[in-house]
Design a protein around this ligand. Structure first.
Ligand code: PLP
Length: 409
Protein backbone atom coordinates (compact mmCIF):
# COMPACT_ATOMS: atom_id res chain seq x y z
CA UNK A 1 0.00 0.00 0.00
CA UNK A 2 2.93 2.33 0.49
CA UNK A 3 3.45 3.13 -3.19
CA UNK A 4 3.31 6.12 -5.58
CA UNK A 5 -0.15 5.28 -6.90
CA UNK A 6 -1.47 7.08 -3.84
CA UNK A 7 -0.89 10.31 -5.80
CA UNK A 8 -3.19 9.46 -8.71
CA UNK A 9 -6.85 10.44 -8.99
CA UNK A 10 -8.80 8.01 -11.20
CA UNK A 11 -12.57 8.45 -10.90
CA UNK A 12 -14.38 6.08 -13.22
CA UNK A 13 -13.52 2.50 -14.12
CA UNK A 14 -10.52 1.03 -15.93
CA UNK A 15 -10.15 2.47 -19.45
CA UNK A 16 -13.17 4.76 -18.93
CA UNK A 17 -11.97 7.45 -16.53
CA UNK A 18 -12.90 11.04 -15.88
CA UNK A 19 -9.18 11.80 -15.44
CA UNK A 20 -6.21 11.78 -17.81
CA UNK A 21 -3.01 9.82 -17.28
CA UNK A 22 -4.60 6.67 -15.91
CA UNK A 23 -2.96 4.05 -18.15
CA UNK A 24 -0.93 2.47 -15.35
CA UNK A 25 -3.73 2.41 -12.80
CA UNK A 26 -6.10 1.08 -15.49
CA UNK A 27 -3.83 -1.91 -16.03
CA UNK A 28 -3.37 -2.51 -12.31
CA UNK A 29 -7.05 -2.17 -11.42
CA UNK A 30 -8.23 -4.43 -14.24
CA UNK A 31 -5.55 -6.97 -13.26
CA UNK A 32 -6.80 -6.88 -9.64
CA UNK A 33 -10.38 -7.34 -10.88
CA UNK A 34 -9.47 -10.33 -13.03
CA UNK A 35 -7.54 -11.93 -10.16
CA UNK A 36 -10.49 -11.49 -7.78
CA UNK A 37 -12.89 -13.01 -10.32
CA UNK A 38 -10.54 -15.97 -10.80
CA UNK A 39 -9.98 -16.41 -7.06
CA UNK A 40 -13.67 -16.53 -6.23
CA UNK A 41 -15.00 -17.78 -9.56
CA UNK A 42 -17.22 -14.71 -9.81
CA UNK A 43 -18.98 -13.32 -12.88
CA UNK A 44 -18.33 -9.65 -12.08
CA UNK A 45 -16.26 -7.68 -9.61
CA UNK A 46 -15.26 -4.23 -8.45
CA UNK A 47 -12.19 -3.71 -6.31
CA UNK A 48 -12.91 -0.03 -5.66
CA UNK A 49 -14.68 -0.03 -2.26
CA UNK A 50 -12.48 1.61 0.37
CA UNK A 51 -13.70 -0.74 3.11
CA UNK A 52 -16.28 -3.39 4.04
CA UNK A 53 -18.82 -0.71 5.05
CA UNK A 54 -18.33 1.13 1.78
CA UNK A 55 -18.74 -2.13 -0.14
CA UNK A 56 -22.09 -2.71 1.55
CA UNK A 57 -23.25 0.86 0.95
CA UNK A 58 -22.36 0.65 -2.75
CA UNK A 59 -23.98 -2.79 -3.03
CA UNK A 60 -27.22 -1.56 -1.43
CA UNK A 61 -27.37 1.44 -3.75
CA UNK A 62 -26.65 -0.73 -6.79
CA UNK A 63 -29.48 -3.07 -5.75
CA UNK A 64 -31.88 -0.17 -5.24
CA UNK A 65 -30.95 1.12 -8.70
CA UNK A 66 -31.49 -2.28 -10.31
CA UNK A 67 -34.59 -3.39 -8.43
CA UNK A 68 -36.49 -0.14 -7.83
CA UNK A 69 -35.04 2.72 -9.88
CA UNK A 70 -34.92 0.90 -13.23
CA UNK A 71 -38.59 -0.06 -13.19
CA UNK A 72 -39.59 3.49 -12.24
CA UNK A 73 -37.38 4.84 -15.04
CA UNK A 74 -39.25 2.58 -17.49
CA UNK A 75 -42.60 3.65 -16.06
CA UNK A 76 -41.81 7.37 -16.34
CA UNK A 77 -40.10 6.85 -19.69
CA UNK A 78 -37.11 9.17 -19.10
CA UNK A 79 -33.56 8.66 -17.81
CA UNK A 80 -32.95 9.93 -14.27
CA UNK A 81 -31.11 13.06 -15.34
CA UNK A 82 -33.94 14.19 -17.60
CA UNK A 83 -36.70 13.78 -15.02
CA UNK A 84 -38.33 16.81 -13.46
CA UNK A 85 -37.85 17.37 -9.74
CA UNK A 86 -41.29 15.90 -9.00
CA UNK A 87 -40.74 12.87 -11.23
CA UNK A 88 -37.40 12.11 -9.54
CA UNK A 89 -39.07 12.57 -6.17
CA UNK A 90 -41.48 9.72 -6.95
CA UNK A 91 -38.44 7.50 -7.64
CA UNK A 92 -36.69 8.56 -4.44
CA UNK A 93 -39.81 7.98 -2.36
CA UNK A 94 -39.85 4.36 -3.56
CA UNK A 95 -36.38 3.83 -2.07
CA UNK A 96 -37.64 4.64 1.39
CA UNK A 97 -40.09 1.72 1.20
CA UNK A 98 -37.37 -0.89 0.64
CA UNK A 99 -36.96 -3.55 3.33
CA UNK A 100 -33.89 -5.52 4.38
CA UNK A 101 -33.64 -8.61 6.55
CA UNK A 102 -30.21 -9.29 8.10
CA UNK A 103 -28.70 -11.03 11.10
CA UNK A 104 -29.13 -8.98 14.26
CA UNK A 105 -26.08 -7.27 15.66
CA UNK A 106 -26.45 -8.93 19.05
CA UNK A 107 -26.53 -12.41 17.54
CA UNK A 108 -23.50 -11.96 15.30
CA UNK A 109 -24.52 -9.64 12.43
CA UNK A 110 -22.79 -6.39 11.46
CA UNK A 111 -23.71 -2.73 11.89
CA UNK A 112 -24.27 -2.44 8.14
CA UNK A 113 -26.96 -5.14 8.23
CA UNK A 114 -29.68 -2.85 9.57
CA UNK A 115 -28.42 -1.18 12.77
CA UNK A 116 -30.35 2.04 13.39
CA UNK A 117 -27.23 4.14 13.87
CA UNK A 118 -25.86 3.05 10.51
CA UNK A 119 -26.89 4.02 6.96
CA UNK A 120 -28.44 0.56 6.59
CA UNK A 121 -30.94 1.23 9.38
CA UNK A 122 -31.72 4.72 8.14
CA UNK A 123 -31.92 3.97 4.40
CA UNK A 124 -34.10 0.89 4.75
CA UNK A 125 -36.94 -0.43 6.81
CA UNK A 126 -34.71 -2.94 8.57
CA UNK A 127 -35.68 -6.28 10.15
CA UNK A 128 -33.43 -8.84 11.73
CA UNK A 129 -33.21 -12.56 12.38
CA UNK A 130 -31.42 -14.02 15.36
CA UNK A 131 -30.21 -17.45 16.43
CA UNK A 132 -32.12 -20.29 18.03
CA UNK A 133 -32.17 -19.81 21.83
CA UNK A 134 -31.15 -23.44 22.44
CA UNK A 135 -28.60 -24.25 19.69
CA UNK A 136 -27.46 -20.61 19.35
CA UNK A 137 -27.30 -21.27 15.60
CA UNK A 138 -29.38 -19.93 12.70
CA UNK A 139 -32.73 -21.72 12.50
CA UNK A 140 -33.46 -21.74 8.77
CA UNK A 141 -37.10 -22.77 9.20
CA UNK A 142 -37.73 -19.80 11.49
CA UNK A 143 -35.86 -17.53 9.11
CA UNK A 144 -37.99 -18.75 6.19
CA UNK A 145 -41.19 -17.94 8.10
CA UNK A 146 -39.89 -14.51 9.05
CA UNK A 147 -38.83 -13.75 5.47
CA UNK A 148 -42.28 -14.73 4.20
CA UNK A 149 -43.85 -12.34 6.67
CA UNK A 150 -41.53 -9.41 5.95
CA UNK A 151 -41.04 -9.90 2.19
CA UNK A 152 -37.65 -8.15 2.19
CA UNK A 153 -36.17 -6.64 -0.97
CA UNK A 154 -32.74 -7.77 0.24
CA UNK A 155 -31.92 -10.83 2.36
CA UNK A 156 -28.51 -10.40 3.97
CA UNK A 157 -26.38 -13.33 5.08
CA UNK A 158 -22.98 -13.04 6.73
CA UNK A 159 -21.69 -12.14 10.16
CA UNK A 160 -19.06 -10.61 12.40
CA UNK A 161 -19.26 -12.96 15.35
CA UNK A 162 -20.96 -16.22 14.43
CA UNK A 163 -18.88 -19.37 14.66
CA UNK A 164 -20.81 -21.70 12.36
CA UNK A 165 -20.96 -22.34 8.64
CA UNK A 166 -23.91 -20.77 6.84
CA UNK A 167 -25.70 -22.87 4.22
CA UNK A 168 -26.06 -20.47 1.30
CA UNK A 169 -28.15 -22.90 -0.76
CA UNK A 170 -30.86 -22.58 1.90
CA UNK A 171 -30.41 -18.81 2.00
CA UNK A 172 -30.86 -18.78 -1.80
CA UNK A 173 -34.06 -20.81 -1.60
CA UNK A 174 -35.47 -18.45 1.05
CA UNK A 175 -34.57 -15.40 -1.07
CA UNK A 176 -36.21 -17.00 -4.11
CA UNK A 177 -39.40 -17.80 -2.23
CA UNK A 178 -39.87 -14.16 -1.28
CA UNK A 179 -38.37 -12.58 -4.40
CA UNK A 180 -35.47 -10.98 -2.53
CA UNK A 181 -31.97 -10.20 -3.73
CA UNK A 182 -29.51 -12.35 -1.76
CA UNK A 183 -26.54 -10.34 -0.52
CA UNK A 184 -23.81 -12.21 1.33
CA UNK A 185 -21.34 -10.19 3.36
CA UNK A 186 -18.32 -12.50 3.64
CA UNK A 187 -16.08 -9.85 5.21
CA UNK A 188 -15.01 -12.26 7.92
CA UNK A 189 -14.68 -15.54 6.09
CA UNK A 190 -13.61 -14.57 2.56
CA UNK A 191 -10.15 -16.04 3.24
CA UNK A 192 -11.77 -19.37 4.05
CA UNK A 193 -13.70 -19.21 0.75
CA UNK A 194 -10.56 -18.21 -1.19
CA UNK A 195 -8.59 -20.94 0.57
CA UNK A 196 -11.21 -23.57 -0.39
CA UNK A 197 -12.12 -24.43 3.18
CA UNK A 198 -15.69 -23.23 2.70
CA UNK A 199 -16.89 -25.00 -0.44
CA UNK A 200 -20.16 -26.41 -1.81
CA UNK A 201 -23.19 -24.98 -0.02
CA UNK A 202 -20.87 -22.97 2.24
CA UNK A 203 -19.30 -21.01 -0.62
CA UNK A 204 -21.59 -18.00 -1.19
CA UNK A 205 -20.48 -17.15 -4.74
CA UNK A 206 -22.66 -19.59 -6.71
CA UNK A 207 -25.76 -18.76 -4.65
CA UNK A 208 -25.68 -15.02 -3.95
CA UNK A 209 -26.62 -12.21 -6.31
CA UNK A 210 -24.02 -9.98 -4.68
CA UNK A 211 -21.15 -10.83 -2.33
CA UNK A 212 -19.30 -8.11 -0.45
CA UNK A 213 -16.12 -8.49 1.54
CA UNK A 214 -13.31 -6.75 3.31
CA UNK A 215 -9.84 -7.64 2.07
CA UNK A 216 -8.06 -7.43 5.42
CA UNK A 217 -9.54 -10.11 7.66
CA UNK A 218 -9.02 -13.80 6.83
CA UNK A 219 -8.20 -12.78 3.25
CA UNK A 220 -5.06 -11.22 4.77
CA UNK A 221 -4.66 -8.29 2.37
CA UNK A 222 -4.67 -4.50 2.81
CA UNK A 223 -7.54 -2.71 4.53
CA UNK A 224 -10.22 -2.41 1.88
CA UNK A 225 -13.35 -3.85 0.29
CA UNK A 226 -14.53 -5.68 -2.82
CA UNK A 227 -17.87 -6.54 -4.37
CA UNK A 228 -18.46 -9.66 -6.46
CA UNK A 229 -21.69 -10.24 -8.31
CA UNK A 230 -23.70 -11.98 -10.94
CA UNK A 231 -23.79 -10.34 -14.42
CA UNK A 232 -27.16 -8.74 -13.61
CA UNK A 233 -25.52 -6.32 -11.19
CA UNK A 234 -22.34 -5.69 -13.18
CA UNK A 235 -23.48 -2.36 -14.63
CA UNK A 236 -24.62 -1.08 -11.23
CA UNK A 237 -21.33 -2.00 -9.61
CA UNK A 238 -19.39 -0.07 -12.24
CA UNK A 239 -20.93 2.99 -10.62
CA UNK A 240 -19.40 2.67 -7.13
CA UNK A 241 -18.21 6.13 -8.14
CA UNK A 242 -20.42 8.24 -8.14
CA UNK A 243 -22.94 6.05 -6.19
CA UNK A 244 -21.03 5.86 -2.94
CA UNK A 245 -17.46 7.02 -3.49
CA UNK A 246 -15.22 9.41 -5.37
CA UNK A 247 -11.73 8.47 -6.49
CA UNK A 248 -10.65 4.86 -5.93
CA UNK A 249 -7.55 4.27 -3.79
CA UNK A 250 -5.32 2.87 -6.50
CA UNK A 251 -2.38 2.25 -4.14
CA UNK A 252 -4.66 0.00 -2.05
CA UNK A 253 -6.02 -1.64 -5.21
CA UNK A 254 -2.43 -2.56 -6.15
CA UNK A 255 -2.02 -4.13 -2.71
CA UNK A 256 -5.33 -5.99 -3.19
CA UNK A 257 -3.87 -7.49 -6.39
CA UNK A 258 -0.88 -8.73 -4.38
CA UNK A 259 -3.21 -10.24 -1.78
CA UNK A 260 -5.27 -12.00 -4.48
CA UNK A 261 -2.09 -13.39 -6.04
CA UNK A 262 -1.09 -14.74 -2.63
CA UNK A 263 -4.57 -16.15 -2.02
CA UNK A 264 -4.36 -18.06 -5.32
CA UNK A 265 -1.38 -20.10 -4.09
CA UNK A 266 -1.42 -23.56 -2.55
CA UNK A 267 0.27 -22.06 0.54
CA UNK A 268 -2.77 -19.88 1.16
CA UNK A 269 -5.04 -22.92 1.04
CA UNK A 270 -2.85 -24.52 3.69
CA UNK A 271 -3.07 -21.32 5.73
CA UNK A 272 -6.87 -21.26 5.50
CA UNK A 273 -7.11 -24.90 6.50
CA UNK A 274 -4.81 -24.33 9.48
CA UNK A 275 -6.85 -21.34 10.66
CA UNK A 276 -9.86 -23.61 11.11
CA UNK A 277 -7.83 -26.50 12.55
CA UNK A 278 -6.39 -24.09 15.10
CA UNK A 279 -9.78 -22.61 15.83
CA UNK A 280 -11.49 -25.96 16.45
CA UNK A 281 -8.54 -27.07 18.57
CA UNK A 282 -8.61 -23.82 20.61
CA UNK A 283 -12.37 -24.17 21.19
CA UNK A 284 -11.90 -27.78 22.32
CA UNK A 285 -9.21 -26.75 24.83
CA UNK A 286 -11.49 -24.03 26.20
CA UNK A 287 -14.33 -26.51 26.60
CA UNK A 288 -11.97 -29.04 28.26
CA UNK A 289 -11.17 -26.29 30.79
CA UNK A 290 -14.89 -25.84 31.46
CA UNK A 291 -15.37 -22.63 29.47
CA UNK A 292 -18.76 -22.17 27.79
CA UNK A 293 -18.17 -21.69 24.06
CA UNK A 294 -21.24 -20.28 22.27
CA UNK A 295 -22.87 -22.93 20.00
CA UNK A 296 -20.62 -25.56 21.63
CA UNK A 297 -17.68 -25.00 19.29
CA UNK A 298 -16.69 -23.49 15.96
CA UNK A 299 -16.51 -24.35 12.28
CA UNK A 300 -14.66 -21.24 11.13
CA UNK A 301 -11.91 -18.90 12.31
CA UNK A 302 -13.62 -17.52 15.42
CA UNK A 303 -15.45 -18.39 18.58
CA UNK A 304 -17.36 -16.48 21.23
CA UNK A 305 -16.79 -17.36 24.90
CA UNK A 306 -19.39 -16.78 27.60
CA UNK A 307 -17.03 -15.30 30.18
CA UNK A 308 -19.82 -14.32 32.56
CA UNK A 309 -21.05 -17.86 33.00
CA UNK A 310 -17.53 -19.31 32.96
CA UNK A 311 -15.66 -16.78 35.15
CA UNK A 312 -18.25 -14.35 36.55
CA UNK A 313 -16.71 -11.52 34.49
CA UNK A 314 -18.34 -9.17 32.00
CA UNK A 315 -16.77 -9.11 28.55
CA UNK A 316 -15.35 -5.67 29.32
CA UNK A 317 -13.69 -6.92 32.51
CA UNK A 318 -12.33 -9.97 30.70
CA UNK A 319 -10.97 -7.78 27.89
CA UNK A 320 -9.15 -5.55 30.41
CA UNK A 321 -7.78 -8.45 32.38
CA UNK A 322 -6.47 -10.15 29.23
CA UNK A 323 -4.93 -6.89 28.01
CA UNK A 324 -2.95 -6.71 31.26
CA UNK A 325 -1.84 -10.27 30.61
CA UNK A 326 -0.53 -9.31 27.14
CA UNK A 327 -3.45 -10.77 25.18
CA UNK A 328 -5.70 -8.55 23.09
CA UNK A 329 -9.25 -9.74 22.36
CA UNK A 330 -12.54 -7.90 22.06
CA UNK A 331 -15.53 -8.03 24.30
CA UNK A 332 -18.56 -9.33 22.42
CA UNK A 333 -22.26 -9.76 23.10
CA UNK A 334 -23.52 -13.33 23.33
CA UNK A 335 -26.99 -14.35 22.07
CA UNK A 336 -29.66 -12.86 24.34
CA UNK A 337 -27.04 -10.91 26.24
CA UNK A 338 -28.60 -9.16 29.23
CA UNK A 339 -25.50 -6.97 29.74
CA UNK A 340 -25.75 -4.91 26.54
CA UNK A 341 -23.06 -4.16 23.98
CA UNK A 342 -20.84 -2.01 26.22
CA UNK A 343 -20.38 -4.44 29.13
CA UNK A 344 -21.35 -7.72 27.34
CA UNK A 345 -21.09 -11.26 28.68
CA UNK A 346 -18.60 -12.54 26.13
CA UNK A 347 -15.35 -12.17 24.28
CA UNK A 348 -14.58 -13.04 20.66
CA UNK A 349 -11.41 -14.97 19.88
CA UNK A 350 -10.01 -15.73 16.42
CA UNK A 351 -7.04 -17.65 15.06
CA UNK A 352 -6.19 -15.90 11.75
CA UNK A 353 -3.31 -13.83 13.16
CA UNK A 354 -1.71 -16.50 15.33
CA UNK A 355 -1.91 -18.91 12.39
CA UNK A 356 0.00 -16.35 10.30
CA UNK A 357 2.65 -16.49 13.02
CA UNK A 358 2.80 -20.21 12.23
CA UNK A 359 1.38 -21.41 15.52
CA UNK A 360 -0.23 -24.84 15.34
CA UNK A 361 -2.40 -27.09 17.45
CA UNK A 362 0.12 -27.57 20.35
CA UNK A 363 0.28 -23.78 20.78
CA UNK A 364 -3.52 -23.58 20.89
CA UNK A 365 -3.38 -25.47 24.18
CA UNK A 366 -0.90 -22.89 25.52
CA UNK A 367 -3.05 -19.97 24.30
CA UNK A 368 -6.21 -21.43 25.88
CA UNK A 369 -4.28 -22.03 29.07
CA UNK A 370 -3.00 -18.42 29.24
CA UNK A 371 -6.49 -17.05 28.69
CA UNK A 372 -8.11 -19.31 31.26
CA UNK A 373 -5.42 -18.62 33.91
CA UNK A 374 -5.73 -14.90 33.29
CA UNK A 375 -9.53 -14.93 33.57
CA UNK A 376 -9.34 -17.02 36.72
CA UNK A 377 -7.37 -14.16 38.27
CA UNK A 378 -3.73 -15.24 38.11
CA UNK A 379 -1.13 -12.44 38.30
CA UNK A 380 -1.21 -10.71 34.85
CA UNK A 381 2.52 -9.97 34.96
CA UNK A 382 3.23 -13.69 35.12
CA UNK A 383 0.88 -14.41 32.20
CA UNK A 384 2.42 -11.59 30.17
CA UNK A 385 5.87 -13.07 30.64
CA UNK A 386 4.58 -16.46 29.45
CA UNK A 387 2.88 -14.82 26.45
CA UNK A 388 6.10 -13.06 25.51
CA UNK A 389 8.04 -16.31 25.72
CA UNK A 390 5.53 -17.91 23.32
CA UNK A 391 5.59 -14.87 20.99
CA UNK A 392 9.40 -14.91 20.93
CA UNK A 393 9.20 -18.40 19.41
CA UNK A 394 6.85 -17.11 16.66
CA UNK A 395 8.07 -13.66 15.56
CA UNK A 396 6.08 -11.75 12.94
CA UNK A 397 9.28 -10.82 11.12
CA UNK A 398 12.13 -13.12 11.98
CA UNK A 399 14.71 -10.41 11.28
CA UNK A 400 13.25 -8.02 13.83
CA UNK A 401 13.66 -8.82 17.49
CA UNK A 402 10.49 -9.02 19.56
CA UNK A 403 11.78 -6.62 22.21
CA UNK A 404 11.98 -3.74 19.76
CA UNK A 405 8.42 -4.19 18.50
CA UNK A 406 6.66 -5.11 21.67
CA UNK A 407 4.71 -2.66 23.79
CA UNK A 408 5.45 -3.52 27.39
CA UNK A 409 3.42 -1.77 30.07
N1 PLP B 1 -19.08 -6.48 7.29
C1 PLP B 1 -18.74 -7.32 8.27
C2 PLP B 1 -19.46 -8.63 8.38
C3 PLP B 1 -17.72 -6.99 9.17
O1 PLP B 1 -17.40 -7.82 10.16
C4 PLP B 1 -17.07 -5.74 9.02
C5 PLP B 1 -16.01 -5.30 9.94
O2 PLP B 1 -15.85 -5.70 11.03
C6 PLP B 1 -17.48 -4.90 7.99
C7 PLP B 1 -18.48 -5.29 7.13
C8 PLP B 1 -16.91 -3.52 7.84
O3 PLP B 1 -15.63 -3.49 7.36
P1 PLP B 1 -14.77 -2.14 7.44
O4 PLP B 1 -14.34 -1.99 8.84
O5 PLP B 1 -13.64 -2.39 6.48
O6 PLP B 1 -15.65 -1.01 6.98
Amino acid sequence: MGNWLTDKYAEGIPYQRYYAGCQNVDDIESYAQELAKKLFNAEACTVQPHSGCDANLAAYLAILAEVIENSKVKEIGKPLMQMTHDEFETVRQEFTKARILGMSLKDGGHLTHGFRNNFSGKLFEAFSYGVDPVTEMINYDELRLLAKKIQPHILIAGYSSYSRKVDFSIMRSIADEVGAVLLVDMAHFSGLVAGKVLTGNFDPIPFADIVTSTTHKTLRGPRGGIILSKKRFEEGLKRVCPLAQGGPLEHVIAAKAVAFEEALTADFQTYARKIVENSTSLARHFMDEGVRVITGGTENHLMVLDVFKSFGLTGKEAEERLFNGGIIVNKNAIPNDSRGVIQTSGIRVGTAAITTLNMGEPQMQEVANFIVRCLKGEDPAKIRADVQRLKARYPLYKAISLGKLCHTN
